[in-house]
Each structure stands twice: as structure tokens, then as C-alpha cells.
Design a protein. Structure first.
Length: 224
């Protein structure tokens, strides 16, 4: 059934309205629809992506448009309870689960997590963003020889997002310095997963000064 609004060709979700018009009506107080924050659904979509479930597969399984799923992942706005329910019903196939739980060397995962700790991100924050426990994050950054594929991929995505955005947690920085953990720019991107690679240790400026140099243009600064 199509949305009852004139010229709208979207599929009706509830009360004869598509999701867009239903949310608009709810924002005006005209209808009472169940709304929830998108955090739980967003984390589940990230879990699915880590297990190689594509947006196309999610869309087929849930009946939700891919751009709706993308907005949920980005936590762009509150969502319908029905949308959350549909998202949470999507599950990886057995083959996808097996592939995601295979293990790879942990060196790149450890360096990325140590790098984020060195610029101020604590284990609690990292665990929340990765959908993992603080114990797991600590193990990945300091103890594990191998990590699950899903965890390695999740850490790569988080590292790519945050590596140029220092966090003001002096406690995390102090701990990282104690363990000799290096900030992200100490490694060339292609060396992060290479166990034989050597970090760049030279230069007189502090790491925060070097971030201030490179961040404005993201590419025009010098990291020496």
C-alpha cells in the first residue's frame, strides 16, 4: 500500500503514511508513534557490517530502504520502534558468522588501539564504539596475538574516523606514555599491519603540536 499523502510514492508503514510523513506528523504531535533513540539499532547494523552483511542484504531482509539503514547507522535522528525491531531481526548467515570469527594477526589492531589511547581515547569509549567489553579492548591492544576478523575490521573503521581528532583525556595519554604506545602518525598507513615495520620517532615538536599543524588541511601539514 502506498502512502496516502498526495504525490508520495513511498510504501505506507503505519496509519497510511510512509516513514518520512509519519515522522513529520509525529514531530507535530498529530500522531503518537513509538519512537526510540537509534543507538541499539545502529550498533546492530555495525555488527552486521562487520560480519559482511551488505546494506542490500539488510534491505532485502528487513524491507527497509538502504538509505534508511544508513541513517540509522549514523544515528541521524530518533527512529520508529518498528524500524528498530526490523533491524534487530536481521542476522548474519552461518557462513558470514564463521568468516567473521576467523582470526588474523593482532599487530595492526593493537597499534591502532594504542594510537587512539595515545591521543586520549580511554577503553570505555573505545569499547562502546566497538560494541565490545573493556576487557576485550584491553586484550586486543596489549595481550592478544590474534584477533577475530570482525574486531580487526571494526578497529580499522574507528581508527580511520578518529586518528586525526585528539581527545582531552590526560589519563589515557599518561597510561599510553607509560606503556610506550605511539600516536597514530608514528606509523605509515601501509605499515600498521606489518610486524617488521619501524615507527617514525624523530622530530622535536610534541605530538599535539604536530596534530595542530596537520589537522586544518588534513593533508597539507608536515609530520616531521
Amino acid at each position: 500500500m502506498k502512502c496516502e499523502r498526495e504525490k508520495c510514492r513511498r510504501k505506507a508503514r503505519a496509519r497510511g503514511l510512509c516513514e518520512k510523513h509519519l515522522l513529520h506528523a509525529a514531530s507535530l504531535g498529530r500522531v503518537d508513534v513509538g519512537m526510540v533513540e537509534p543507538l541499539v539499532a545502529s550498533r546492530h547494523i555495525q555488527f552486521l557490517l562487520n560480519h559482511e552483511v551488505s546494506f542490500c542484504e539488510m534491505s532485502r531482509a528487513s524491507g527497509l530502504a538502504w538509505n534508511t539503514l544508513r541513517a540509522v547507522l549514523d544515528q541521524a535522528r530518533p527512529i520508529l520502534k518498528e524500524t528498530e525491531s526490523r533491524v534487530l531481526k536481521i542476522q548474519p548467515s552461518l557462513e558470514q558468522r564463521v568468516a567473521a570469527t576467523a582470526k588474523v594477526p593482532a599487530v595492526g589492531t593493537a597499534r591502532r588501539l594504542q594510537g587512539l589511547a595515545a591521543i586520549g581515547y580511554d577503553n570505555r569509549f573505545l569499547a562502546q564504539r566497538l560494541g565490545a567489553s573493556e576487557v576485550s579492548v584491553w586484550r586486543w591492544m596489549s595481550q592478544s596475538q590474534r584477533v577475530e576478523v570482525w574486531a580487526a575490521k571494526a578497529v580499522v573503521e574507528l581508527f580511520n574516523e578518529l586518528q586525526m581528532i585528539p581527545c582531552p583525556s590526560s589519563r589515557s595519554r599518561t597510561r599510553a606514555a607509560k606503556f610506550g604506545w605511539l600516536p597514530p602518525f608514528a606509523w605509515d598507513e601501509e605499515d600498521l599491519d606489518n610486524p617488521d615495520a619501524e615507527p617514525h620517532m624523530g622530530g622535536k615538536s610534541t605530538w599535539i603540536e604536530r596534530y595542530e599543524v596537520i589537522r586544518p588541511g588534513m593533508s597539507g601539514g608536515s609530520l616531521i
